[in-house]
Design a protein around this ligand. Structure first.
Ligand code: NAD
Length: 311
């Protein structure tokens, strides 16, 4: 869908977001610390798209489309002056973000919606820097933005519900998979990613495996499944009783840190064991279980073939 977008902070993420939104039909004005930086970003985004075209990662003609839909502005204020939507991707510093957001909100039309790409700063805190917190939210893209589907949407207290609806529809129309999450540190994706990474580093620290051995196990074991399912679907398929029993062994060695979560133990105690008992974390109807398992098996075989084809 078409909209006048300003991308403030046209670096790695801002450039990727600008590419996606421009290819989806919007005009995108790049604003950065100065005109030269914005201009270099313009050239970088177009050159990257040319390389993607050659590699068949983008449709032919994409770079030409970007040349016509991307603009550069000499200042942040000029970039946002006529924006319907501002995507903020300046560096992850509270001071820089607070300053950039207050300048954006002073210069943008009062009706503009501002979405911050912060990785971990609370949206409620950033909301203090804008004049219209009802039209401000977190819109957290994942790296590399052109190719990762998920975009986390994080409302602050004052964010209006219809603003979240509008942004959700806009992001979806750009081909992404927006998901609403709560304003808690790390939101959902980074919180889980960093919890996993911490345990991976512990395994290396204690000498149980090397980094490349950990990576190999993860990408060929549960990481393979994670390409298609989330942890709850995987647990429901594996059996929650199996998970609960495994936690007992883990707790015996690692203590409270890897004890069974109370919600899991309680579900098992009440006979909710996942798909085999007709009830788990997800609402999977008993009549759909055969189809789910069939999909899982076909998907894993297809994923193995894809990995082989990629080499
Ligand atoms: P980056 O350093 O590549 O880009 C930041 C850009 O902001 C640069 O072009 C810089 O010149 C510009 N800038 C600095 N101060 C500015 C100001 N006052 N006004 C306008 N522009 C300014 O950083 P990045 O990796 O693109 O990260 C940007 C944001 O995206 C951060 O909040 C980061 O946490 C978040 N993020 C990053 C990733 C990632 O993997 N890199 C993933 C998700 C979210």
């Amino acid at each position: 869908s078409q909209c006048r977008v300003a991308a403030i902070g046209s670096g790695y993420m801002g450039g990727g977001i600008a590419q996606v939104l421009a290819l989806a039909g919007s005009t995108v004005t790049l604003g950065d610390v100065d005109e030269q930086t914005a201009s270099l970003a313009f050239e970088r985004i177009v050159k990257e798209a040319e390389a993607f075209e050659i590699a068949h990662l983008l449709d032919q003609g994409s770079a030409m489309v970007l040349r016509s839909r991307l603009r550069i502005a000499p200042t942040l204020e000029d970039a946002v002056a006529e924006a319907d939507y501002v995507t903020e991707a300046v560096p992850e510093s509270r001071e820089i973000k607070a300053d950039a957001l207050s300048r954006i909100s002073a210069a943008a039309p009062a009706s503009a919606v501002i979405g911050s790409n912060t990785s971990a700063i609370p949206i409620q805190e950033l909301a203090q820097s804008v004049r219209h917190p009802e039209r401000f939210l977190g819109v957290h893209w994942m790296n590399p933005a052109p190719f990762i589907p998920a975009v986390e949407l994080i409302a602050a207290e004052a964010t209006r519900a219809d603003v979240v609806d509008t942004v959700e529809a806009f992001i979806r129309s750009a081909g992404k998979a927006p998901v609403r999450v709560a304003d808690t540190p790390g939101f959902v994706a980074n919180r889980l990613q960093f919890a996993l990474f911490k345990e991976a580093v512990r395994i290396v620290e204690e000498g149980s495996a090397t980094p490349s051995e950990v990576d190999e196990v993860v990408s060929n074991a549960f990481g393979f499944r994670l390409a298609l399912f989330g942890p709850f679907a995987i647990a429901d398929m594996a059996g929650l009783d199996v998970y609960n029993a495994s936690y007992s062994s883990l707790e015996a060695e690692y203590g409270e840190r890897l004890a069974s979560p109370a919600m899991l133990s309680s579900m098992v105690a009440h006979g909710h064991l996942g798909i085999k008992s007709g009830g788990g974390f997800l609402d999977i109807d008993a009549k759909d279980v055969v189809a789910l398992v069939d999909y899982r098996n076909r998907a894993y075989v297809a994923l193995s073939a894809l990995r082989k084809a990629l080499g």
